[in-house]
Design a protein around this ligand. Structure first.
Ligand code: ASP
Ligand code: MG
Length: 436
């Protein structure tokens, strides 16, 4: 079975839903994961915020505004009067349900319940459409099999057991439709996999049923070799390994939720990134094997703070790094890049919330220097030790850019550089010219 996930814009209009139905047509069985209609989750976040603040008037207004376009949606999605009526009933049921929160105490639990509505609506409408056009389709409620633990991590065994059992109930069905993003937590409450989490759902269910392939359908033609907003001549990367894709997803290639790679990698299930607007385009395939290209992609992440930690006591001493790291651990602040010399260590963080407290503690045994507004530029590819000249290509391209930190050799898949954000556009363009 294949898993196909369609994002918010891919289900965002009635004719897009019609295209999805055409795309999934074919003999083999499929599990289809859908996001909420684009804009709906954002609207639900705003409604939840208004209700949390106790502004129920604003909450009601936002609910009306969210649902107004859904009636036209239903009218255009279906052809028969009977299906239109069923679609209306779906919209009204969810609208009434959301309205039932107005005027009552509202907090975090209720927020998560509201956020789940987007995917519940989009899947119900789509399932009804498939039935109208006579597809053998079953709607599988994700809340019956998607579960996260107290650390917000998916409970893989549970998902596998429950989902396999659900699917086994319908030997005749050819299409299974389910919600991305939503899950239940250990308290049995409605919860979710964080914004953008539908990709993660697709990969989790793909792993659970050992799918032959996981397809992520969006509105761009795959993962690009550089940031198309900054660099003119970018192109889709044909193939990436799981490790390369994981580096890129973390460093801000927004197309894929960063956690998506892991479950697929575990069972070596290829993940294909495809474009609903251009279904014949090859897109990007993420799989186990490497293609022969050396440098595959460049990504950058802004909002980085660099901290230089210096102490003469570091010279020939052991335990110094442990003391440093313990402070970051205490303030639950992840370190991204790190470089060391004999008397100093530089680290970067992207969450500067606890920076003042961290610096205070560091100052008790070192001197510190802080640089804000930094960007990590990450060059991803196959940097095996026995391939000379690759790193040279990178630095040749960047010869006019001041570089604050260099990290190489941590994995064979990346070279990371830290530069001031003001040089980022120039660096990305120079690298594009120089390394591809
Ligand atoms: N609907 C959710 C969001 O907008 C999940 C997703 O689309 O992946 O974040
Ligand atoms: Mg997304």
């Amino acid at each position: 079975m294949k898993v196909l996930k369609f994002g918010g814009t891919s289900v965002g209009k009635p004719d897009r839903m019609h295209s999805i139905a055409r795309l999934i047509a074919g003999k083999d069985r499929k599990l289809v994961v859908l996001s909420a209609v684009s804009g709906t989750t954002n609207a639900l976040v705003a409604i939840a915020a208004a209700l949390t603040e106790g502004d129920h008037g604003k909450g009601s207004q936002l609910i009306e505004a969210l649902f107004a376009p859904y009636h036209e949606f239903v009218n255009l999605l279906y052809t028969t009067a009977e299906a239109k009526q069923k679609g209306e009933a779906i919209v009204n049921t969810h609208c009434d349900y959301i309205k039932s929160y107005v005027g009552k105490p509202f907090g975090e639990k209720e927020t998560k319940e509201l956020l789940a509505e987007g995917e519940l609506i989009s899947t119900a409408l789509f399932q009804e459409y498939l039935l109208e056009i006579n597809y053998q389709s079953v709607l599988l409620p994700a809340l019956e099999f998607m579960k996260i633990d107290d650390d917000n991590e998916p409970v893989h065994e549970y998902i596998e057991q429950m989902l396999t059992a659900e699917i086994a109930k319908y030997p005749e069905a050819q299409y299974f439709i389910t919600q991305g993003f939503i899950a239940k937590n250990t308290k049995g409450e409605i919860d979710n996999l964080k914004r953008g989490g539908s990709d993660y759902t697709a990969s989790l269910v793909g792993a659970a049923i050992r799918a032959e392939e996981i397809q992520i359908w969006t509105d761009i033609d795959g993962m690009h070799n550089n940031d198309p907003r900054i660099v003119k001549k970018t192109f889709p990367i044909a193939a990436l390994t799981f490790d390369e894709a994981a580096e890129l997803a973390y460093f801000g290639a927004k197309i894929l939720h960063p956690s998506t790679i892991l479950p697929a990698k575990k069972y070596r299930i290829p993940v294909r990134l495809l474009n609903t607007m251009q279904p014949e385009a090859k897109g990007t395939v993420i799989a186990d094997q490497t293609s022969d290209k050396d440098i595959k992609a460049i990504a950058a992440k802004d909002g980085i703070t660099a901290i230089k930690i210096k102490s003469s006591r570091m010279l020939l001493a052991y335990g110094f790094l442990r003391r440093v790291f313990e402070i970051f651990e205490k303030y639950k602040t992840p370190i991204d890049m790190i470089t060391t010399s004999e008397v100093a260590v530089s680290v970067t963080i992207d969450d500067a919330k606890n920076l003042t407290a961290i610096l205070e503690e560091l100052k008790s045994f070192c001197t510190v220097e802080v640089d804000a507004n930094q960007s990590i530029v990450c060059i991803v590819g196959d940097f095996l030790e026995d391939k000379p000249g690759l790193v040279n290509k990178i630095f040749e391209a960047l010869k006019n850019i001041p570089i604050r930190m260099i990290s190489y050799g941590g994995s064979k898949n990346n070279v990371s550089l830290l530069i001031h954000t003001q040089h980022k556009n120039e660096a990305l363009n120079a690298l594009n010219e120089g390394v591809f």
